[in-house]
Design a protein around this ligand. Sequence first.
Ligand code: ATP
Ligand code: MG
Length: 157
Amino acid sequence: HKGYSFHFEEVNLSALVRLIIQRFQSAPGLKNKIESNLQEGIFLGADKVAFSLMLNNILENASKYSPENSIIHIRLQKTESRITLTIADEGNGIPDHEKRKVFQKFYRLGREETRNTKGTGLGLYIVKYIVEHHHGKIFILDNSPQGSVFEITFQGE
Ligand code: ATP
Ligand code: MG
């Protein structure tokens, strides 16, 4: 069968993440404030197109499921050989018992703010698929005092 064929190359992840954020930020009508804290000079064997789709899906959700003027905070850092990318929002968060389910195909939370937004429930399914093809891991944590944190880790050199 035919699927997406990944094209991996050595990518300056710091530069790629900055570019994705810049594009996201310059889209008309963005209701959030974006803050980022990106460590320079982080490299990863990655598929740029897939990686961009992955980060965009998470940023889209962070905006879609959070209030007007709230902050979306993006952080990229490398400690020892582990690369960590986090996207934190100030929305209503995701309850513990739903944290794994949101990665399933077509899964959407039953709450009102989800019913009031359009979506297919495929975004995070695709996100997880792409992260796993980069040998990465993705977790959802709680932001404080409210919201979700998507934490993605990759093994660098
Ligand atoms: P789309 O396919 O257009 O992305 P979607 O946004 O509904 O549709 P997912 O991105 O897969 O689908 O997200 C699944 C569900 O998880 C969402 O419907 C929403 O209920 C919940 N969700 C995702 N991200 C967040 C977030 N940052 N804060 C709160 N809830 C979220
Ligand atoms: Mg989505």
